[in-house]
Design a binder for this molecule. Sequence first.
Ligand code: NDP
Length: 288
Amino acid sequence: MTGARGFRQELVALFGQPVDENPTQAMIEAAFRAADLDWRYLTIEVAPEGLADAVRGLRAMGMRGANCTIPHKVAVMEHLDAIAPEARAIGAVNCIVNENGRLTGHNTDGRGFLASLCAVADPAGQQVVILGAGGAARAIGVELALAGARSITIVNRSAERGRALARHLASAGARANFLPLAGDLRLPAGTGIFVNATSIGLHPDAGAHVPLVFDTLRPNLVVADVIPNPPRTRLVREATARGCTVLDGLGMLVNQGVIGFHLWTGADPDPQVMRAALEEIFGAPTHA
Ligand code: NDP
């Protein structure tokens, strides 16, 4: 597959540290192949002190864009030419698009989550509980606020971080409050959507306990976990067993990738191909 440009491929990259375990390349390159695009996605370890040079390199090499992951999502913003409104509202960038040398920072994490959620439920008017107050919780909280959630309760181990996120969402116009985490959380009556946006359950601590009284999960709840690896977390299994509508972290990962792919290439990728590439890596159907 040489295409009209001969032997040169269009390039997209992932900048992060650590990145060795990040599976995004497999997902995006599967989508490039399925769309018959002669593009490459490079997984590149970039230390914090090398970030400015990495972005200069992206410009110099005419790369079409990049994803940013830990620890660059906030720091990268000062190196870009423009920040998209949702990334500005979230305060972090995970996707860079290079349009003729002008770099724009986007945030696809929250929109990816929302795309997964909207496939099963409309968040407008819902009472939402988010466990966690880090970058993922922030992106999800802002998008849920923009989507018209009736109220958003942030529950977090660090009270300072939890309060700050609740304040941030309130300043964006949401009805948001902070609930301190004291022992296992009992979901308040009326909760329609529960999101685990912490890193609890992430490989290699797959068995780690999400501080939740599982018996407060009722069948009419939507339960979403951000953990992509392994996809069948303990929370996903407990919620499935109780008849909840359950979203795993692979859906969010695929959907944020779909948005990034479209921003870079202008084409719509096949989400099934992307999910299949990840399931091959994580063994989703059999992971217990
Ligand atoms: P951060 O480090 O910014 O935040 C981590 C959050 O988890 C904080 O709220 C932290 O609480 C909480 N936490 C961690 N360990 C514990 C624990 N033992 N008990 C209670 N709370 C805990 O990480 P991110 O928000 O960037 O990422 C969170 C997760 O989201 C990661 O696992 C990541 O893989 C996943 N993610 C998934 C995506 C997807 O597409 N599926 C996209 C982006 C992220 P505290 O503030 O008290 O430290």
